[in-house]
Design a protein around this ligand. Sequence first.
Ligand code: SF4
Ligand code: SF4
Length: 481
Amino acid sequence: MNPEPKKKLESPAQKVDWSDFRDHIATADRDGRRKWMYPRKVSGRFFRWRTWFSWLLLAIMFAGPFITIHGNPLLLLNIVERKFVVLGQIFWPQDMIIFAIAALVGLTGIVVFTAAFGRVWCGWACPQTVMMEMVFRKIEYFIEGDAHQQRALNKAPWAAGKVLKKLSKHIIFYALSFLVGNVLLSYIIGWQALYQIITDPPARHLTGLSFMIGFSLLFYGIFARFREQACTFICPYGRFQSVLLDENSIVVAYDHKRGEKRGPLKREQKFGERRYAGLGDCVACNQCVAVCPTGIDIRDGTQMECVHCTACMDACDNVMEKVGNPRGLIRYASLNGIERGEKLRITPRLIGYSVVLVALMSLLAVLVFTRSDVEATVLRAPGSLFQQMPDGHFSNLYTVRIVNKTSRELPVALRLESPAGSLQVMGGTLVVPPQKLLENSLLVELDPAALKSGTTPLVIGVYAGGEKIQTLKTAFIGPRH
Ligand code: SF4
Ligand code: SF4
């Protein structure tokens, strides 16, 4: 007897409602394969403003490594040498608390800003969007044409014209990625060091060169292939949206009250007649979907994939102008703004976030402005024990590290303040070069009468310009008695 055929079990996770936009992503087909996006070229006032703004940002990014303030770079994040410069101010590892508070300020700022204005950052200033939409996408349009031409080119057989277009596009993409990689590297090691590497024979910097080629390939992969997937799958910010936004947040939104019920505009049909027929202003032209780089339909509401690039706003404004209706069917608005006509509301949540932000900013300001110009630390030399001198005194060897955060040379003197004894700086006087760290050895000698059993607390004064600038505390190891 044949066994009964087994019923194919379908797990609930496999059930996808393809009519519900929340149940699937726009960039994958029913087999889970990537759907390549062909967003149409967009034009309009927001695109114009974003273009100007992106030029400004790109100019700052490319010129940044060459801009100096008081001889220091605008921004340098040298993780290898643990040297950080922000707006010409040098920060040392000793200033990590300032960096930690600055990171908290940045995070809270993002929360406040997102709660009030949604993902404005993503659309206008995020390097991924700026580079993708304002640089790489424009090059693609220039070489391969608008969306329908790109589609046709991808379907076409590999003839000479297609090879030439694809090859030139990918060579330019890689060259640009290499350039971007070098610019980012100059924010890490400084442009002078980068220039040295570039002008030296490549064989002397094989490791660095391999890293650079690797990074360039990564950037190339992101802008040539990965594209909007970086925003949808990698960037955590988009996912924070659901907890940060509420009905008062300003987002790119479709005015469903004005737009619904959507339906095509019939020839010679007046808008009054549409209203009478129960139709809204949306003429169902799908232009807002055609220009969306993430492939979503903003008419479904705020979605995680939306990077607030404003392309749908421009596309819809153009349609509204053509059909003689006011612009702004898709616009920056909050849900309450659309449903109740409310302007930006300062909610208790926004006030709470802002209070925390102001408190953190105040703390940061205090830390930055009260930051000492000199910072010294003293540690016993590793592995060293006490020694007894011929005159019966005991000695300990220490290492002192002094960071000079000023832009001038700083002579520093160290004095043993307690207990009585002698302190000798190896190699004579300490002169710390501007914005450098100086490391030196110290020998402290104490009379046996001043010693406690085992360890004796030691106080050393740090003096600069005749003034005491810091007190160091450490321990002197002696014999137990
Ligand atoms: S572009 Fe405007 S009119 Fe056209 S479908 Fe989108 S919302 Fe409707
Ligand atoms: S929905 Fe509009 S704003 Fe959002 S990503 Fe698409 S085109 Fe840009």
